[in-house]
Design a protein around this ligand. Structure first.
Ligand code: GRF
Length: 202
């Protein structure tokens, strides 16, 4: 599997994206800072009010919306409401950037093959919310970053790009995650550029 870095497919068609984020939003910032991607980010959506990602979006003049997890009784209802918001923005693609909720299969079905995720490990190793902690606990010598298309399983689906990050002597979860994020901020914009330009070869 490979991806190309071309800005757009022959004919120049590009798609708009909604970015979903739950946290500090450093990956979102890397996307905002890419001049090929920024014009295509039509909204930043979160499951939590007050997070750094929303502030970064507002600062960049991007529309924001919170679909609060706690307002819904079930994952299915939360996901349906969120999918409605994505559709309403006109986005054709969904980019998860530190989004910490599992989306329902119905959400995935509404954007088939059009949801990207970045994960802080070399999948299929260490799926889930504690990938960096698990890598440190297991004492692996190499971990890394994976960018993949989202399917109905957690941290699963066709892999688009991976890059290794070496463990260093004395690494803590924090120091390792910091180096992982440096790599994320390089490879995620490259893939998202191709995604927006519809030149991803899966
Ligand atoms: C990143 O490490 C991402 O891989 C993981 O959550 C973290 C989000 O960081 N899913 P940030 O909010 O983009 O700074």
């Amino acid at each position: 599997m490979s991806y190309t870095a071309a800005a757009s497919a022959p004919g120049g068609h590009q798609i708009d994206i909604a970015v979903l984020a739950s946290g500090s939003g450093t990956n979102l910032q890397a996307l905002i800072d890419d001049s090929d991607i920024r014009p295509h980010i039509v909204a930043v959506l979160s499951d939590r009010p007050g997070v750094g990602a929303l502030e970064r979006a507002k600062h960049a003049g991007i529309r924001t919306h919170v679909t609060s997890w706690s307002d819904y009784a079930t994952r299915a209802e939360f996901s349906a409401a969120l999918a409605d918001v994505v559709e309403e923005t006109g986005a054709k693609g969904v980019v998860l950037a530190g989004f910490m909720r599992i989306l329902s299969p119905a959400f995935i079905d509404r954007f088939p093959g059009r949801i990207l995720n970045v994960h802080p490990s070399l999948l299929p190793a260490f799926p889930g919310a504690h990938a960096v902690e698990m890598a440190v606990e297991h004492g692996v010598k190499v971990t890394g970053v994976t960018v993949h298309i989202v399917d109905e399983k957690v941290d699963h689906g066709p892999i688009i790009a991976q890059q290794a990050v070496d463990m260093e002597v004395g690494d803590t979860v924090e120091s390792l995650h910091e180096r992982i994020k440096v790599v994320e901020h390089e490879i995620y914009p490259r893939v998202v550029r191709a995604f927006v330009g519809e030149t991803l070869n899966i």
